[in-house]
Every structure is written in C-alpha cells, then in structure tokens.
Design a protein around this ligand. Structure first.
Ligand code: RP5
Length: 173
C-alpha cells in the first residue's frame, strides 16, 4: 500500500456515500488516500491530533466533509497548514448551513469550499494541487480535461445534426 497523499475525512459514516465519490475519483487517477471518520464535535481531540500530524505523516491535501454545523472542515484547517478542501454535505432535510459554515471562514485560515455534495470536484482540486509536484499526474489530468472537452464538442455536433427536438427525444427520455 503506498503512502497516502490525500486524507478524506468526514464527520460521520452517514457522509460516506457522498465522500466516496472523492475516493472513486482518486482511484481513477491512481492517487493514494486514506478514509477516516473523525468528528469535530464528538472526537475533538482526535480531530486536532489528526490534522496537526497530517503533514508529518506525509499527507499533502485533506478533503473534509460534514453536514449540519459542519465544523470539521474549518477546524481541520485551523490545525494544519496543508490545503484543506471542504465538502458541505447536504441532504433533502438540511438547509444550506454546512455550506455557509465552511464558506464563512475568518481571514487567515483558508478553506477551499466546494459546492454542496461536491466531493468529486474536491478530489479534482486535490489532484490539481498534487499535479504541481508530479508531472505524470499532471499529464493524466490534462488527458482527463481533454476528454471532457472533446465529449462536449461531440455532444454539440450531434445536437446540431439532429436538431434539439429529435436530440431530446432520443437522448434524454
Ligand atoms: C454531521 O452531522 C455529520 O458530518 C453528518 O453529516 C451529520 C449527521 O451525523 P450522524 O447523525 O450520522 O452522526 O456532523
């Protein structure tokens, strides 16, 4: 097992369905990571110890997801100088409190807040950070972006050929 470079942490195992999207994306790019449940409220000392030892353990980026009061991402950022990426976990019965809790960080403690449930984008941002120091990863990421670009052009070409009504009927039903 290679040295984890990314820490994926979450306040509860109930966040795992959302946060697993980050793990899946990192798997696609062959980036080593660890997945942990660490609660800012229920295990505050462990949260502090995890974040303050993360850099010396070899982690380069932390992706932290939580819902509700969502103190985990911000407090993790307070305990480390590594980049921390927040994933506000949003369920149907939630408001937008987790997002606001993450985006309203005080000056001096940056937290890269993703859209609600945006664990996949969080992992992509982690890859962009890691790719600054890893040319192979940078190449794999360029390829990913190029494929995404080509796919949109292909979609638009099909739309132009078929016309929007046929396209809608045949592709979106
Ligand atoms: C947050 O409260 C967790 O991150 C989770 O999103 C939410 C619910 O937690 P559990 O009731 O599943 O422990 O702190």
């Amino acid at each position: 097992m290679s040295q984890p470079l990314v820490g994926i942490i979450m306040g509860s195992d109930s966040d795992l369905d959302i946060m697993s999207e980050a793990a899946k994306l990192l798997d696609e790019f062959n980036v080593a990571y660890e997945v942990r449940v660490i609660s800012a409220h229920r295990t505050p000392e462990e949260m502090g110890a995890y974040a303050s030892s993360a850099a010396e353990r070899g982690l380069k980026v932390i992706i932290a997801g939580a819902g509700g009061s969502a103190h985990l991402p911000g407090m993790t950022a307070s305990h480390t100088t590594l980049p921390v990426i927040a994933i506000p976990v949003k369920r149907d019965h939630h408001g937008h409190e987790a997002f606001w809790s993450s985006i309203k960080m005080p000056p001096g403690i940056p937290l890269a807040t993703m859209p609600e449930n945006g664990a996949r984008n969080g992992a992509l941002l982690a890859i962009e950070i890691l790719a600054l120091m890893d040319t192979d990863l940078a190449t794999r990421y360029e390829t990913f972006r190029q494929k995404q670009h080509d796919s949109v052009l292909k979609t638009d070409a099909k739309l132009q050929t078929e016309g929007w009504e046929t396209y809608l009927k045949e592709n979106k039903s």
